[in-house]
Design a protein around this ligand. Structure first.
Ligand code: ADP
Ligand code: MG
Length: 320
């Protein structure tokens, strides 16, 4: 079967519609400006991000790069200054307060960095998971069973009768994931869930998020300043200065002998306005500052320092 031009055109039209129309989460040129004591802070500076249904995505970036701001917007706690943000059918720019409550209850779940913010200290793990089920009006008979199931899936079934004070930080965070998943949200957001944990315990918590993604099919977006997280996820998006700057995508390849190995590939992100951020190592290596030269080649685009036309640059100067 050959693909006709008509079919290609139809497909292009279908995809040429709205930016990210097939994605579950769409952030389009998001801007968030904070005003405090007369000073403006641009926490998000035109951020674009697409997350597909069923993905497990990590967002990494230095402290102050805008990660928590992004998660507050996505979780419906904060409204952006400009741009477009959609999660499933919900347009987060145009929600009434009542819709916002409904969105937070039915569409998304959260896990925060501070273990104390996730769990009620005087309730056991099982009671903590039952609480959101009770608030959402789940039938009484189902609550305890659902709580036990979730704690089991996350490997903390043995903590069901313990209060937060009787568990390690990693156990508390895995219980917190169970609480976040109680009402079967479409998306689970986690803001630095391992921020207060050591490496070994962080591993268990990140594996807990992976379990939520794989076994329950929940789309997961986890924010962290820990670059090591990329080992646990398919896609890592780096934020710098309130914008997405690069992505690492991991794929599992099967060798001829049947053994598997993981290939991680880093991509720069071209934003909707055509901007790309060049990694610092590249800029330093070629002293790329201020103006640079660009050339369109058959299969790629070349970038040179402006002052030094390159010999491989096919005699840039002469051509002008
Ligand atoms: P991250 O989570 O990546 O560390 P944040 O999203 O918390 O970054 O912050 C991004 C920027 O916005 C920082 O410069 C921070 O100081 C600023 N910021 C965050 N929240 C507020 C606020 N409520 N008022 C003023 N500035 C804020
Ligand atoms: Mg933060």
């Amino acid at each position: 079967m050959t693909t006709t031009l008509g079919a290609l055109e139809e497909r292009a039209r279908a995809h040429g519609g709205e930016f990210g129309q097939d994605a579950l989460i769409v952030c389009d040129s998001l801007v968030r400006i904070y005003q405090s004591e007369g000073i403006e802070v641009q926490a998000l500076q035109g951020l674009d991000l697409l997350v597909e249904q069923g993905e497990l995505v990590a967002i990494v970036g230095a402290s102050g790069s805008g990660k928590s701001t992004l998660l507050s917007v996505l979780s419906g706690l904060d409204a952006p200054t400009a741009g477009r943000v959609r999660v499933g059918p919900w347009d987060l720019m145009a929600m009434t307060p009542r819709q916002r409550v409904e969105y937070r209850r039915s569409m998304v779940g959260f896990v925060w960095q501070q273990t104390a913010r996730n769990l009620v200290p005087y309730l056991t793990s099982a009671e903590n998971v039952v609480l959101p089920l009770a608030l959402a009006g789940a039938p009484r008979a189902q609550r305890a069973r659902r709580a036990a199931e979730l704690l089991d899936v996350l490997g903390v079934g043995y903590c069901a009768d313990r209060r937060p004070g009787e568990m390690s930080g990693g156990e508390q965070q895995r219980v917190a994931i169970a609480v976040g998943l109680a009402n079967s949200p479409h998306v689970l957001f986690a803001d630095e869930p391992t921020g207060e944990l050591d490496t070994a315990t962080s591993h268990d918590v990140l594996e807990g998020l992976r379990t939520a993604n794989r076994e329950l099919g929940t789309t997961v977006v986890v924010v962290t300043h820990d670059a090591g997280v990329s080992e646990h996820v398919q896609r890592t998006v780096a934020i710098r200065d309130g914008r997405t700057s690069s992505e690492v995508v991991r794929r599992t390849h099967t060798r001829e002998d049947g053994s598997e190995h993981v290939v991680a590939e880093e991509f720069a992100v071209l934003d909707r306005a055509g901007r790309v951020q060049l990694p610092r190592e590249y800029r330093d290596a070629l002293q790329l500052v201020g103006r640079v030269r660009l050339a369109l080649e058959d299969s790629h685009v070349s970038v040179w320092p402006s002052g030094r036309p390159s010999a491989e640059g096919r005699g840039q100067e002469e051509e002008r």
